[in-house]
Design a protein around this ligand. Structure first.
Ligand SMILES: C[S@@+](CC[C@H](N)C(=O)[O-])C[C@H]1O[C@@H](n2cnc3c(N)ncnc32)[C@H](O)[C@@H]1O
Length: 212
């Protein structure tokens, strides 16, 4: 959530107060009614940190089975499919998934409505971008464990902070310690990049890649 966050934060607050902390995603997509303006992450293009990583790592290879977690409006999934991966992309929001199907009617991506906390898979690569940081911190550990069980390899791109920094506001940056339990799932860290986002100066990002 990097721009236009006010509508999203207000909806999130209302849903938290009502005891439904994940409900605001569907509400936001529904309220947008097909317009991109109020969806803070609707860049209508591939995430540049994902694209740069794929080019650098030559990953995923054509034919690799990739799952995109919290795929939003589908741009990252479509990019991975265009690189030849066999892509499944899922999101909690039914409206987001319908929107993906409308935007990309010829797509080879299998789009699904699903909750990360319940989704089970056996993919070659799982890609998580900006979803963990948007989920309630109370669900973070469970969400990270679910993401870590989906595939042989895992790529996470998210906001980052030090343990000693204040937690901030939505989207809540992750700490390195948040991600350490992944090593208990048999994943070993291949590279952990910690950088100031050149496309959004002043925003600290992590881009981290694990293999099993
Ligand atoms: C901040 S958006 C990022 C979307 C996309 N990854 C991007 O970078 O454009 C987070 C997305 O994750 C979805 N989401 C949130 N919680 C989820 C969950 N538990 N399971 C699946 N999707 C979830 C939301 O509906 C939303 O589309």
């Amino acid at each position: 959530m990097d721009e236009k966050p006010d509508v999203a934060r207000e909806l999130a607050r209302q849903h938290y107060d009502a005891g439904d902390p994940l409900g605001w995603f569907e509400a936001l997509y529904k309220q947008a009614n097909g317009k991109f303006d109020t969806i803070p992450w609707a860049d209508r293009g591939v995430n540049p940190h994902l694209a740069a990583w794929c080019v650098r790592e030559l990953h995923p290879r054509p034919g690799a089975r990739v799952v995109v977690i919290g795929c939003g409006l589908g741009d990252d999934a479509e990019y991975l499919a265009a690189r030849g991966a066999v892509v499944t992309a899922f999101d909690l929001s039914e409206t987001a998934i319908q929107w993906c199907r409308q935007r990309f009617p010829q797509s080879t991506v299998t789009y699904k409505v699903a909750n990360l906390l319940e989704f089970v898979g056996d993919f070659d690569l799982a890609v998580e971008i900006y979803t963990l940081q948007a989920m309630p911190p109370a669900l973070r550990a469970q969400a990270i464990e679910s993401a870590g069980n989906l595939a042989r390899d895992l790529l996470i791109i998210c906001r980052g902070r030090e343990e000693t920094d204040p937690p901030g506001q939505l989207p809540w940056p992750l700490t390195r310690a948040d991600l350490e339990p992944l090593s208990n799932l048999g994943l070993s860290i291949q590279n952990f990049e910690d950088f100031d986002d050149p496309f959004q100066p002043g925003t600290r990002r992590f881009r981290a890649y694990w293999r099993r």
